[in-house]
Design a protein around this ligand. Structure first.
Ligand SMILES: [Zn+2]
Length: 292
């Protein structure tokens, strides 16, 4: 299993599974603070997670309307997971990297724009801050009508960790990182699976990997496949070749592409959901919303 600390790249995609779980958890605990920009007229850079604060989305939508063309956004909201990967690999990046817990991207107010040379002046005229100037030239911040949400992503991770490790180390859900050298939260982020935790919160993507995925969520998948009438002898909570074959059979039987992949929002999971609901009662830990 690849852990966050094992990732030696300055990219967010390798931790997208865990990242997505933290954002989902954030939205459960602090609904309405983060909104999607997926539907705006933007091109998405590699690894963009298309979320930001509502006031920032409004400002971006207004800008796009007056500009009349799509712009490319490389980064918007960043969870504490991605910020940790960037921090761990800061020697690979020429630019500045804020410490996990400190980045304005973690506040959902920043966007990095590929076409910055062409539109910098127009953005500034529209009220955007070119906060770091040439030192971080693609980075723009919106500062009006926003809230301070940097700590909420840390809280979300802490709650997720606790739910995923019911018998193990528990973290205080306080939204704090403290001094990184002594931070339990920072340690736990680094020791978390990059693909996300099995069986808690937002579902990780299930498929045949090497080493193979193990967990309660795989056990539920295996039982659900059987309920759906697919022949599968084992329910051993391990996504091995037999489970891969069973998933592909289920996909073929339901006129889906037989790729063996069950993503959180994909068609295969939608078709499987009634069967999964039937077996989910098997005491899987759920994440308890922790109101602030
Ligand atoms: Zn930036």
């Amino acid at each position: 299993m690849v852990l966050v600390k094992d990732i030696k790249e300055f990219r967010s995609m390798p931790v997208r599974g865990l990242d997505r779980q933290v954002v989902w958890q954030f939205n459960q605990m602090s609904p309405g603070l983060l909104v999607s920009i997926d539907d705006l007229n933007i091109n998405k850079g590699d690894g963009l997670l298309p979320f930001c604060q509502a006031a920032v989305r409004d400002a971006l939508a207004n800008f796009l309307k007056s500009y009349g063309k799509a712009i490319t956004i490389n980064n918007a909201y960043r969870s504490v997971i991605v910020q940790t990967v960037f921090w761990n690999n800061k020697n690979l990046a020429g630019g500045m990297v804020a410490q996990p817990g400190k980045s304005d991207h973690q506040n959902g107010v920043s966007i990095d724009i590929e076409e910055w040379p062409q539109i910098k002046d127009l953005l500034i005229k529209n009220g955007w801050q070119w906060t770091y100037g040439m030192k971080d030239s693609m980075h723009f911040d919106w500062t009006k009508g926003i809230e301070f949400i940097k700590d909420d992503t840390i809280k979300a991770f802490q709650a997720l960790w606790n739910a995923a490790n019911p018998g193990g180390q528990q973290l205080l859900v306080d939204g704090g990182m403290g001094d990184l050298a002594n931070s339990k939260t920072f340690q736990c982020i680094n020791n978390s699976p990059a693909e996300g935790f099995g069986g808690v919160g937002y579902p990780r993507t299930l498929c045949l990997t090497s080493p193979i995925q193990v967990g309660k969520d795989i056990g539920q998948l295996q039982l659900a496949l059987r309920k759906a009438g697919i022949k599968l002898d084992t329910a051993d909570q391990q996504f091995g070749p037999a489970t891969d074959k069973a998933v592909k059979e289920f996909q073929t039987a339901n006129s889906l592409a037989a790729d063996g992949i069950i993503s959180a929002e994909g068609e295969t999971r939608k078709k499987l959901q009634p069967y999964l609901d039937g077996v989910a009662s098997a005491a899987s830990p759920s994440v308890i919303p922790n109101k602030k």
